[in-house]
Design a protein. Structure first.
Lengths: 424, 744
């Protein structure tokens, strides 16, 4: 456990350059600076490693990097998405706090591979401590001559800046993030064009998640195959999971892909005494909920979770036991999306508020028998019709909660109160 | 452009690579519902109404942002597309107030139209609807923001076309609001176009509000006459009143936009200040009378007072129609007089050749450098300025030689502040720099001219450009050396192979030039108004506003021995003081006529409404008066016959040598500019425009040094206008920008 991105977590002064270097940090970067590692070789290793984007979509990182027109003239950018805002997720925060140099090195390597000389790390607005930790690490890296122009006489250039967001969930969407980084309101752009062609300031840009960048140095240092072998087929390597909810020991765990969910639950201390598992949201609030029986059968990798009816997403495991009122849980989630919709496009702007209000009405004891049909219909009209994935994210929990826990909703509508006696 | 083939609803259609699906569909007449898409604005893809099914795509895609590619198969009406479109429609309607019966947009509302096809009879939304506070954004646009569907067309219009980001989207989620960022409200001279682009009743015309339902009006194609563009418009009329003016598409002239002046000036027609009945002055007292009596009175008066034709002076408004100007010059010349002019605001109405315009409006978009001389183009000629702004968006640069640093809606790369008395020297400097660069021999008059760095910068900008243009604006009219300025502009253009655009010929001045409404050997406007002529004919002239030396003009016109026939559409004290007979004439939109624009395009129009009260179209009045005076050649029965005759004329273009000499000008001069809403009599009576910030402008700007010489301090009145001391004005002049009448 904890042997890639979170490997410094138990060390003294974990975020310092010295600690990072004792663990073999910047070894890959030095190799690059000495001209011993070509971009082609790096791309090959990344492809072998099976690393998939850790932000939620799971797109193969090596493939994404190879899409960049690296030989095109003009400025290109590397952007790190540290706007970790998905409810239930907090592992990127710990990477920034405890292992910031891995992100710096990962981004620098990406810049070298894609011929981008400038990088930005967009950090969630509420992450003051991680931001300062990252800034300190950045200063250390500059002071050690690891970043800048003509680094250590190698002709390699890479400048890295961090940027603090202003508190909008939507800025975690990569194109909204770019808009925000440009100083505009965080509104997702319609695609195509994709950022690899038209990104930051209209220039080719690659955006990866914090964990993805942080994994890169270790992969290159120990080989793509080593990383791939840690996991399972189609889900290479390890993955950080944030386990929250009704568990005894909520925390971040970096474990190999393919670890059974039951083992992860065990790591988090298991359920409290006398409780039984009701459901699990495996990948963050925007992924569908899975009922207990299915959850206990799944392993933590892309394919198994998809088979169970959900998505690995950002690896944010929310555990709910039998004291959880699913109506209340869904209402809370619906409120989150209603509040965080950017308001730009119609289905999400109007639909999220509509779904929240119907759920709120049910919670207020004013539910109508046709409300469940209405909710399912509204979410269906949002899915696939919006500019960005927030619309889908808002809609999917509604569908899965009502499908898997229908009798709780029906009970609430009929009796005007929760089926769960002691909600907590 | 590669020609590609795609299939829409089973029909094979063609487009160019990268063209959006909606653009191809529109050309092919395939209807796709939309709200945020506007052909002249950037793609936003936010309303999602135009979702269509594109084979191979799991989700429906917006037709407005999807670029077509070879072999693409699009379905706009299959179940997948319809389901998505209906879904979006339902979302759009849940928070829309559906107050169509009391909404001015009702009957011409895009939401209403699309809802007829895609909406449901019964709403499934039983929660409370959203209510949004209305914002007061000025005298022209009424907001009802609860109706807003957040398509952001108005926001994009401001950012992309008007060049002033005034409306924006604040907040997020359901709290997303379209509102002005600043409390001052909307200030753009093109703001009314936001009403046209708004697909719903969120932004409607304030002056029109609650006037009449859209379907009760007739829409009549006509031309706006305030500027030298001649924007194409519809006048929308009800019970013989113009109720509203909206833009009419003409790619070569105004695209789909019109200026606020063209849109809201119609209010002036319905002002209480119209002259509705003929009047004659008997023993100093005005009496209403019949047309017959008034015309007899006028004809007899001319006969009696002007025994010789040369004793008559005729002055006409530059906004008169081609037909009126043609008949009036024929009338004057028929009586044996060559004393006629339309250049009432000219300090030097010389016979020198008029600077020609040799660039079309569409061509203006392709320039890569513009030198603007003597013009606040943005307010003077909004649609021309818009074309130059479009060029700047494609990388063109602009430099200016003006008395003041004006607020343009694009960046000015080089600016020379120059007082009128120094304009000849500045332009000579630029010309010298150009000729030096070209290693051409200098004419004698440039030998002693000094060249400054800014002159060289401008010369370089012109020479480095492939398609430069030099624009001359209306401030030149007030310059005593206007002929020299025009000559130098022409020489600069020659030396830099630039095109020229003469924006000093405002209104319908091109028509006046076409029919030679100025003297060849007789007296010009300044001379006529300083003469002891015994008869004057004024055609829609309002001396206090229109004449450069208004006090002198009024004095000479009011002379005891002078007989003044005034054909006017509006009441005016100065006219009442000096005229002996007033013949009420039809105003804009009340008469047929022709406007010749800067591209030399003659656009004829018919009357939209009948003329107010007993007033008659000007051409008919002139014709009858000519008949009464036994003049030959006035047997026209239709204004189009007059237009044909007038358009067959060619302007007199005799070259006259203009010596360039820094002629004696006073040490301190005044540049007088009316706000765009005081530029002619109709717009001066348009009450809503007068309430706008542009309409209310009244300040005499002067720099500290000049203020000291004139012993002026902040807030003093200079020629009746409050003084504002700032350093954006050239030394040695006062720039007066106002809606108030001229004071000498």
């Amino acid at each position: 456990m904890n042997n890639v991105c979170l490997k410094s977590i138990d060390k003294d002064n974990p975020s310092s350059l010295a600690t990072y270097e004792t663990m073999g940090g910047y070894k890959v970067w030095h190799k690059i600076l000495h001209g011993e590692l070509s971009p082609e070789k790096i791309l090959e290793e990344l492809k072998i490693s099976g690393l998939r984007g850790r932000g939620g979509a799971g797109f193969p990182t090596g493939l994404k990097w190879s899409f960049m027109p690296r030989n095109q003239e003009g400025q290109k950018y590397v952007v790190c998405n540290s706007d970790e805002g998905e409810p239930g997720t907090c592992h990127d925060r710990d990477i920034l706090r405890f292992n910031p140099h891995s992100v710096i090195e990962g981004m620098a390597i990406a810049g070298y591979v894609m011929n981008a000389t400038v990088g930005y790390n967009y950090i969630r607005g509420e992450f003051m401590e991680p931001y300062y930790r990252f800034e300190e690490a950045l200063k250390e890296a500059y002071d050690a001559g690891l970043l800048g122009t003509n680094i250590k006489g190698s002709k390699v250039c890479f400048d890295l800046y961090s940027h603090l967001g202003a508190g909008a969930y939507i800025c975690g969407e990569e194109t909204a993030l770019l808009e925000s980084l440009e100083g505009k309101k965080g509104l997702p752009r319609f695609k195509p064009p994709y950022p690899a062609n038209v990104g930051l300031y209209g220039k080719p840009t690659t955006i990866n998640n914090t964990e993805s960048f942080a994994s890169v140095p270790e992969i290159l240092s120990r080989g793509g195959q080593w990383f791939a072998d840690l996991g399972v087929v189609n889900s290479g390597g390890t993955k950080c999971f944030s386990v929250t909810g009704n568990v005894k020991n909520p925390a971040n765990f970096e474990i190999p892909m393919g670890t059974p969910f039951s083992d992860l639950l065990e790591l988090a201390g298991g359920l409290r005494e006398g409780r039984t598992l009701k459901g699990v949201i495996p990948g963050g609030s925007s992924t569908p909920v899975i009922p207990a029986a299915e959850a206990m059968k799944m392993t933590m990798d892309y394919d198994s979770i998809e088979k169970a009816g959900s998505m690995l997403g950002a690896g944010s495991v929310i555990v709910m036991d039998d004291t959880t009122c699913m109506v209340k849980a869904l209402t809370r989630l619906a409120h989150f999306y209603y509040d965080e919709s950017c308001g730009q496009c119609t289905p999400c702007r109007e639909g999220t508020g509509w779904m929240y209000r119907v759920l709120k009405r049910i919670m207020d004891g004013q539910g109508k028998s046709e409300d469940l049909k209405l909710l399912l219909s509204v979410q269906d009209k949002i899915i696939g019709n919006t500019i960005c994935a927030l619309g889908d994210a808002a809609a999917m929990p509604v569908e899965s909660f009502i499908t898997h826990f229908r009798e709780e909703f029906e009970y609430y509508i009929k009796h005007g109160k929760s089926m769960v006696e002691n909600d907590g | 452009m590669v020609d590609i083939e795609i299939e829409i609803d089973g029909k094979v259609v063609h487009g160019y690579s990268g063209e959006t699906v909606i653009s191809i569909a529109d050309r092919e007449g395939i209807d796709i519902p939309r709200f945020c898409y506007h052909k002249k604005l950037s793609v936003a893809a936010n309303c999602r109404m135009c979702l269509v099914d594109i084979e191979g795509n799991p989700n429906p895609q917006p037709a407005c942002s999807t670029q077509s590619s070879f072999g693409m198969k699009v379905h706009t009406k299959n179940e997948k597309a319809k389901t998505a479109q209906k879904a979006v429609m339902e979302f759009l309607l849940i928070n829309h107030p559906l107050d169509c019966p009391i909404c001015d947009q009702g009957g011409e509302c895009e939401l209403q139209d699309v809802a007829m096809e895609f909406g449901s009879d019964i709403s499934r939304f039983t929660e409370g609807k959203r209510i949004v506070d209305d914002k007061e954004i000025g005298a022209l646009i009424q907001t009802d923001m609860t109706r807003c569907i957040h398509c952001t067309r108005c926001v994009r219009f401001g950012a992309e076309v008007a060049g002033i980001v005034e409306m924006g989207a604040t907040g997020r989620s359901e709290d997303l609001k379209i509102e002005p960022f600043l409390s001052e409200g909307i200030q753009s001279e093109l703001s009314g176009n936001m009403i046209d682009v708004c697909p719903v009743g969120a932004l409607t015309s304030k002056p029109f509000r609650y006037g009449v339902r859209s379907w009760q009006m007739n829409s009549i194609q006509t031309i706006a006459r305030h500027d030298l563009v001649g924007s194409n418009i519809f006048t929308q009329t009800h019970e013989s009143k113009v109720k509203r003016v909206v833009a009419r598409d003409n790619e070569n002239i105004n695209e789909t936009w019109i200026s606020d002046r063209d849109r809201f000036s119609y209010q002036g027609l319905n002002s209480d200040n119209r002259i509705l009945i003929p009047k004659i002055k008997i023993k100093g007292e005005w009496q209403d009378t019949s047309w017959d009596d008034a015309l007899d009175f006028a004809a007899n008066g001319i006969k009696k007072h002007a025994k010789e034709g040369s004793q008559i002076g005729t002055l006409a408004s530059k906004n008169a129609t081609l037909e009126e100007l043609y008949l009036l010059q024929k009338f004057t010349r028929g009586l044996g007089s060559d004393n006629l002019d339309y250049r009432l605001d000219a300090a030097n109405p010389s016979n020198a050749k008029v600077l020609e315009s040799n660039i079309s409006l569409t061509e203006l978009e392709t320039i890569d450098h513009a030198l603007i001389v003597n013009s606040y183009l943005r307010l003077e000629q909004p649609m021309i300025n818009h074309r130059i702004r479009k060029a700047t968006l494609n990388g063109a640069s602009v430099s200016t030689i003006n008395a003041k640093a004006f607020d343009f809606n694009y960046r000015i790369s080089h600016s020379v502040l120059t007082s009128p008395q120094n304009t000849v020297a500045t332009l000579s400097g630029v010309l010298k720099a150009l000729l030096d660069k070209n290693s051409q021999t200098l004419p004698d008059y440039l030998n002693s001219v000094s060249v400054h760095q800014t002159h060289i910068d401008i010369a370089n900008a012109l020479l480095n450009a492939e398609h430069p243009v030099v624009v001359l604006g209306e401030h030149v009219n007030g310059n005593k050396c206007s002929d020299q300025v025009a000559t130098l502009v022409s020489e600069i253009a020659k030396a830099s192979e630039a095109k020229t655009l003469n924006a000093s010929l405002t209104g319908n001045a091109h028509s006046a030039e076409r029919v030679n409404f100025k003297p060849e050997n007789g007296k010009n406007a300044l001379q006529i108004l300083s003469s002891d002529f015994t008869a004057f004919v004024l055609f829609d002239v309002y001396p206090t506003f229109d004449c450069i030396d208004s006090e002198n003009a009024i004095e000479h016109l009011s002379h005891d021995d002078a007989f003044v026939v005034a054909m006017n559409s509006f009441d005016d004290e100065s006219v009442l003081n000096c005229a002996n007979v007033i013949l009420p004439i039809a105003s804009f939109y009340e008469t047929s006529g022709t406007h010749i624009n800067v591209d030399n395009i003659a656009q004829s129009y018919s009357a939209s409404v009948k003329s107010a009260g007993e007033s008659k179209p000007g051409w008919k009045v002139i014709k009858v008066l000519a008949d009464l005076l036994n003049l030959q050649g006035f047997d026209f029965t239709d204004s189009s016959q007059i237009a044909d005759k007038a358009l067959s004329l060619t302007p007199n273009t005799s070259e006259i040598e203009v010596p360039i000499s820094n002629s004696k000008m006073p040490n301190i001069t005044t540049v007088w500019q009316y706000t765009p809403y005081a530029s002619d009599v109709v717009v001066r009576h348009a009450s809503s425009l007068q309430q706008t910030r542009i309409g209310q402008i009244s300040e005499a700007s002067v720099c500290k040094a000049t203020a000291k010489l004139l012993e002026l301090s902040e807030g003093d009145l200079y020629k009746g206008v409050p003084v504002n001391i700032n350093e954006s004005v050239a030394e040695g002049c006062v720039f007066v920008h106002t809606h108030l009448p001229r004071q000498c």
